[in-house]
Design a binder for this molecule. Structure first.
Ligand code: 26V
Length: 826
């Protein structure tokens, strides 16, 4: 293929028909005018956005095709990443950066005088196809895979509604639907010809808005692929993110399914299409729901059919499957892949059980992302019986053989067999998806050192004992393209001026900043970039949400899903401690601070939603109190998403990573703050431990109980002791529980009182409060010495190199996948 740009306009310069504008704007103008049948003057910003995006897609199309052709020709081992979530955010600016076409965009596209560039960027909705960390990690991983030129496909679902939009009404979270595909998405390419069929053992119906199964009839769903380009930095490899949309076959049998009822048949059809309508907005528990189960089955079936079809196109012999295919399961959500791969190898390839098992095992690998017991998935056996009975047969056989092995190694240890069985007995038998994933894959990894250790030593101890060689750690990382270069152009420019720009693809280069820690001129310039980011954020905040904040105050941010274990409450209680100090003595010395919170609570998570309400009530009260003016301020930013993180992280001075030790598997926000020159106040949890190791603990604000101490304290921990013996703790809690922040809503925070004081404070807020308060005091003192603060911030940036997702992906490629780059020629 010739990779030079063709001129798609030539065909229009025909007879008296001419393209309306000069050739300089050929792509862009053509898309504005012809895609929307609108004059250049009349086009809306949205139409201009679509035209810019389409022009970029034109520009990358040939590289995208060339990537595919090269992979087809060279037949390298490919990585297939299976994930129910991809939290992509916006694509336009990311693609401009990764393609390296700023200049093209500046000169050609932005010269449209009617185009407001900021507006055009902001018209693009965030692709919010994920809940939080796990989904954003998948997005960083596909970026790194493409940048490292590893042949890879990300498979996921094309939810029409992403994570809900959060608004705040009287301090309460309100959920609104996020119809991000309301308008045609310029990045996606529908590949109808590669549609796959998904057999389902039943029909579906709707009862009170819930998808239910109707046993008796087998049916079929169709999976239609929607492909999105994943541009590697430098634009050489362009991989594909393939999202499946559910559809019903055209050959849908109206008679059989709906007894001649034409309208009923159409309704049935629409029902099948609900399968990919909406993302589940929870990241912990889910009362067993058929729709979520079908979504997981649908992702697995479509993706494996696609993977196997690709394999069969270029390979004759099944024996080489693990040499050509590596499938990574992002948590247990796609763990049915273990059974589905076995089904394909047994029923389609006609292999023996032992051959099939060996190939399947060597092809699949699993990543665990949580230690919360309630987030470990279990599915009722009944769902399997109804929807995919063959997979259940296979799971039973896997379990039978597995339990035989357990019996051999630990004869008559029935408890062990009961603990390790894939099937959990009980009134409603359930399938333990984590057990299935560990037994059926050659690798199980955690996402930070401590997490992998706890996984081995506590959560799945029996399995780690049985298969020690399968367990490993891959500490998370994030992509420096989006999280530094795109989000923080000022800091990026300064760093590139100092050390060149190799860091964009080799973040260990950041270490070369270390000598500059003693360069007072550089330190001043580094501080200036932070100040500029803070001012930019403050002015955005004023215009977008009407809040006024002081860019000279400490910008202190806690932005993440709202969860008890993440302890937004600890932060809130500390704010009340400060507030009380100011009220009792307005002369109290304390550097001005703005506390930013952002995050969504699962719609059914009562306590998390009440925490949002509490933060908002505290914010309102503090705003109204003159003693707090210019001293402390609290802002809850609604609708936390990738785009908001890109704005706030570069503007933050302090990052709050204050989970109860042992509960945050890794965290990835913590990493983004470190790279952008914020200091961290945090517990020894997740990747924060390794970050402090890299930067040196003296450059971190660590506090609180360790994971071991949390466990050993639990037995005798009495939160009430802290209430009775720590005057500031007591005063802060009294203020909250005696309705100081809720005069018109008496008793509203009672469930928080119950949780903290009556039900044992499971996440140990009060145990860590005094240590947290003291450490916050040290934060304030250091901030007063702006040189010392900035030096530490620079040390943090300089030592953040380990946490590039390029490093993480290189480790997966070397240790788990045995995958190598496949360079695409120019
Ligand atoms: C679980 C469930 C279960 C119910 C149905 C919907 C649903 C959706 C997602 C999840 C998994 C949540 C696990 C998760 O997001 N873990 C986070 O993963 C990050 C990336 O590894 C890590 O940095 C965070 O510490 C960890 O909490």
């Amino acid at each position: 293929m010739n990779s030079s740009n063709p001129n798609p306009l030539k065909q229009y310069e025909c007879g008296e028909f001419q393209f309306p504008h000069d050739a300089k704007h050929e792509y862009y103008d053509r898309h504005v005018v012809f895609d929307h049948v609108v004059s250049m003057d009349a086009a809306s910003q949205r139409e201009r956005f679509e035209a810019v995006a389409r022009s970029l897609r034109d520009l990358l199309t040939q590289r995208w095709l060339l990537t595919k052709e090269t992979h087809d020709k060279e037949n390298p081992k490919r990585v297939y990443y299976l994930s129910m979530e991809y939290l992509m955010g916006r694509t336009l600016v990311n693609n401009i950066i990764n393609l390296g076409v700023d200049k093209f965009v500046r000169d050609d596209l932005r010269s449209d005088p009617r185009q407001d560039w900021t507006d055009v960027i902001e018209t693009e909705p965030d692709a919010g196809l994920g809940n939080g960390g796990l989904g954003r990690l998948a997005a960083c991983f596909v970026d790194s895979l493409a940048t490292l030129q590893i042949p890879a496909i990300g498979y996921g679902l094309r939810y029409e509604y992403g994570i809900f939009k959060q608004t705040i009404n009287y301090g309460f979270q309100i959920e609104q639907p996020d119809h991000w595909l309301a308008r045609p998405d310029p990045w996606e390419v529908t590949r109808r010809s590669e549609t796959v069929q998904v057999p389902v053992g039943c029909r579906f119906g709707m009862e009170k808005g819930v998808l239910v199964t109707i046993p008796g009839h087998e049916s079929k769903l169709l999976g239609v692929p929607y492909d999105r380009p994943v541009v590697g930095y430098g634009g050489r490899t362009i991989n594909t993110l393939r999202l499946w949309g559910a559809a019903t076959p055209d050959f849908f049998d109206f008679g059989e399914f709906s007894s001649g009822d034409f309208v009923g048949a159409i309704v049935d059809r629409l029902l099948a299409e609900t399968v990919t309508r909406v993302l589940y907005p929870s990241d912990t528990t889910l009362a067993g729901q058929v729709l979520r189960f079908v979504q997981e089955y649908f992702l697995v079936c479509c993706s494996l059919a696609d993977i196997v079809a690709r394999y069969e196109k270029s390979n004759k012999d099944w024996q080489h499957l693990p040499d050509k295919v590596a499938i990574q399961l992002n948590d247990t959500h796609p763990a049915m892949a273990v059974a589905e791969m076995m089904r394909i190898l047994l029923d389609h390839a006609n292999l023996s059980w032992d051959e099939a098992w060996d190939l399947s095992l060597r092809t699949l690998a699993y990543t665990n992302h949580t230690l919360l017991p309630e987030a470990l998935e279990k599915w009722p056996v009944r769902f399997f019986e109804l929807i995919c009975p063959r997979l259940l047969e296979i799971i039973y056989e896997i379990n039978r053989r597995f339990l035989d092995d357990v019996e051999k190694s630990h004869p008559s240890d029935e408890n062990r067999a009961t603990r390790m069985s894939i099937v959990e007995e009980g009134p409603a038998r359930q399938i333990r998806m984590a057990n299935l994933a560990i037994i059926g894959t050659h690798s199980t990894n955690g996402v930070a050192k401590i997490h992998s250790d706890l996984l081995r030593s506590r959560v799945v101890h029996d399995f780690a004992e049985m298969y020690p060689e399968r367990f490993n750690n891959k500490t998370n990382g994030v992509t420096p393209r989006r999280w530094i270069k795109l989000a923080n152009p000022d800091q990026s420019a300064l760093i590139s001026e100092a050390i060149g720009d190799k860091w964009v693809t080799d973040l260990t280069e950041f270490r070369r900043l270390l000598p500059l820690v003693n360069d007072s001129d550089f330190i001043a310039r580094f501080r200036k970039t932070k100040q500029v980011s803070k001012e930019r954020f403050a002015s955005w905040l004023k215009s977008a949400l009407g809040h006024e904040v002081d860019p000279k105050s400490i910008f202190d941010s806690q932005i993440k899903r709202i969860h008890e274990y993440k302890r937004q409450l600890l932060n809130a209680i500390h704010i009340v401690v400060l507030y009380n100090r100011l009220r009792s003595n307005p002369e109290t010395k304390m550097p001005p601070r703005t506390f930013f919170f952002a995050g969504k609570a699962a719609p059914s998570y009562r306590l998390a939603k009440l925490t949002i309400k509490l933060i908002n009530n505290i914010a309102r009260k503090i705003d109204a109190d003159p003693v707090c003016h210019g001293r402390i301020k609290v802002v809850f930013l609604p609708n936390y998403n990738v785009s908001l993180a890109e704005r706030l992280i570069p503007a933050s001075d302090l990052s709050e990573q204050i989970s109860t030790a042992g509960y945050e598997a890794s965290g990835t926000g913590n990493i983004k703050f470190m790279m952008n020159g914020a200091l961290t106040i945090g517990t020894r949890d997740g990747a924060t431990i390794e970050m402090a190791e890299e930067a040196g603990e003296e450059n971190f604000f660590l506090f609180g109980l360790t994971a071991e101490q949390v466990v050993s304290t639990r037995g005798w921990y009495k939160p009430i002791w802290h209430y009775e013996n720590e005057p500031e703790t007591r005063a802060a809690l009294d203020a909250i529980f005696n309705d100081h922040f809720s005069k018109d809503e008496p008793g509203i925070f009672e469930p928080i009182r119950e949780s903290l004081l009556l039900k044992g404070d499971f996440f140990m807020h009060l145990a860590d409060l005094s240590s947290y308060t003291q450490t916050q005091q040290q934060v304030g003192q250091l901030y007063a010495d702006s040189d010392a603060w900035t030096r530490r911030a620079l040390i943090n940036v300089a030592t953040s190199g380990k946490f590039s997702s390029d490093r993480t992906i290189s480790e997966y490629a070397a240790d788990i996948w045995d995958a190598k780059p496949c360079p695409i020629s120019h």
